[in-house]
Ligand binder design. Structure first.
Ligand code: NAP
Ligand code: FER
Length: 340
């Protein structure tokens, strides 16, 4: 699929509440030419991630918003089409940050090589990429799980959560997931090896958690904040750790939600600590070493939810915030030559 024009998805308006397809515009533009030291990439896979909801808003945040009329940002796995950088050649696979478009030009220094013989190339956006690294460091560094302890994780079958539960098991813990459907719950227990999983939409969370965590909760890996955090806080053990990694339950909120009662944090001397994956770039090699080995040994399973076609990115992203993705959400923008 090599077209003569580029396809781009622009942020047309800032979403109010849930993003709508009309907040985005699909446009055709000429394929750009790479300048000195630059590389032209053909996007194969585009990562869709919850943080993108934050980039669509102009509220103050740790990162600047996407300008209206600009291409939506995002991680990509691409094939090099033209290179003016000595480290990259036509045909190479690269991890880039070209955003929601079929072709992108980037500076060679910003690219990372992706070896198609190591793992599916899309994994650079998922289990061996940013979400996997988030799971690994937030759990091991902040959660500090010890063998025999109970680790609870929300959004448990997602890009981050699925890795959290499996690393918890690798470390000898009881892993308990919280998810949004029975299919996700079955998958967490039967395929990923979680000890228990709760459907937050059909089960009463407090009693279901008590039953799933008879010895209380030592680590809560928080991907959601909101009502799940409020219930989990009531069942913490002394000295519990809470990597506060995501607040997805609030990303579409139009006004600040009512806060949970944080008093148990004080009473139990628990630590709640913010996490930004970018702080761990220098420790990427140890993450890649462990995760690659666990993948090779079959100890780590990974599910990707691949949507075909750049034009479906807005709808797929909207679905991500509604729990419609099942696994790491990725858009297949063009042919993956490693799969033919
Ligand atoms: P994901 O879990 O693959 O997809 C998002 C999931 O969130 C949905 O499938 C849904 O799962 C759940 N969800 C959506 N709305 C919810 C709500 N109102 N209440 C509870 N759950 C809801 O996404 P991900 O990429 O792994 O990200 C998970 C979290 O980690 C996000 O909050 C993200 O922002 C955060 N994150 C943070 C960092 C960092 O550096 N701090 C890095 C990466 C990711 P269910 O249907 O199972 O509930
Ligand atoms: C997320 C993905 C990445 C997120 C934050 C980041 C809070 C932060 C990245 C960085 O700048 O280090 O979903 O949600």
């Amino acid at each position: 699929m090599t077209n003569s024009t580029n396809q781009q998805i622009l942020l047309k308006s800032r979403p109010v509440g849930e993003p709508k397809e009309s907040d985005f515009a699909l446009v055709e533009t000429p394929i750009p030419e790479p300048g000195e030291g630059e590389v032209l990439n053909r996007t194969i896979y585009l990562s869709l991630d919850p943080y993108m909801r934050g980039r669509m808003s102009d509220h103050e945040s740790y990162a600047a918003p996407v300008e209206l009329g600009s291409v939506m940002v995002g991680g990509t796995v691409s094939q090099v089409m033209k290179s003016n950088h000595p480290q990259f050649s036509t045909g190479d696979f690269v991890l880039s940050y070209d955003g929601w478009q079929a072709y992108g030009v980037s500076k060679g220094e910003t690219l990372r090589s992706v070896d198609p013989n190591q793992a599916p190339i899309s994994y650079a956006l998922s289990v061996t990429g940013m979400p996997g690294m988030t799971a690994y460091f937030a759990l091991l560094d902040i959660g500090q799980p010890k063998s025999g302890e109970t680790v609870v994780v929300s959004a448990a079958t997602g890009a981050v959560g699925s890795v959290v539960g499996q690393i918890a098991k690798i470390k000898g813990c009881r892993a308990v997931g919280i998810v949004g459907s029975d299919a996700k719950s079955d998958y967490a227990v039967k395929e990923l090896g979680f000890d228990a999983c709760i459907n937050r939409k059909t089960q009463e969370l407090s009693s279901a958690l008590k039953a799933a965590c008879p010895n209380g909760i030592d680590v809560y890996f928080d991907n959601t904040a909101g009502p799940i955090l409020e219930v989990v806080l009531q069942q913490l053990n002394l000295g519990a750790r809470i990597p506060l990694v995501g607040l997805i339950s609030e990303y579409n909120a139009e006004s600040p939600p009512l806060g949970p009662n944080l008093m148990p944090l004080l009473v139990k001397r628990a630590l709640i600590k913010g996490f930004l994956v970018g702080d761990y770039r220098h420790r990427e090699p140890e993450f890649l070493n462990d995760v690659s080995q666990w993948l090779r040994e079959g100890k780590l399973k990974y599910k990707e939810d691949v949507v075909e076609g750049l034009e479906n990115a807005p709808q797929a992203f909207i679905g991500l915030l509604q729990g419609k993705n099942f696994g790491k959400l990725i858009v297949k923008v063009s042919d993956d030559p490693t799969k033919i």
